[in-house]
Write a protein that binds this ligand. Sequence first.
Ligand code: AMP
Ligand code: ZN
Length: 113
Amino acid sequence: MSDCLFCKIANKEIPSEIVYEDNRVIAFKDIAPQAPVHIIVIPIEHFDCVLNVPAGNDIISHIHSVINRLAIKYDLAQKGFRIVNNCGDDGGQSVKHLHYHLIGGRAMGWPPG
Ligand code: AMP
Ligand code: ZN
């Protein structure tokens, strides 16, 4: 998707602070962090949101395994953390490329606003 911000980050056309990458996934620091640790994890392949991932595609489980590794790397495992996937307008998704937020380093409230 030529006009997609996260495709441009995945293709290194736009710089980001990358903390993990492999041949399917890239993770980078959120430009407007909401907590001491705020990392965005995306598939390199473009999907508009989680609804567009075909049945049988294991990218979501791979993303979750990457999140687990990052949670341990950033010392979040003991106190806990939050994984957020915003989907669509009511979900608050501003970038229409599937992504997960890994947020931690402070206590968080519930329910979301
Ligand atoms: P969402 O609102 O769930 O679509 O999340 C999009 C996230 O992308 C927000 O938390 C933004 O702060 C973050 N973001 C937007 N542009 C950039 C960028 N160039 N580099 C890193 N994070 C970004
Ligand atoms: Zn994209």
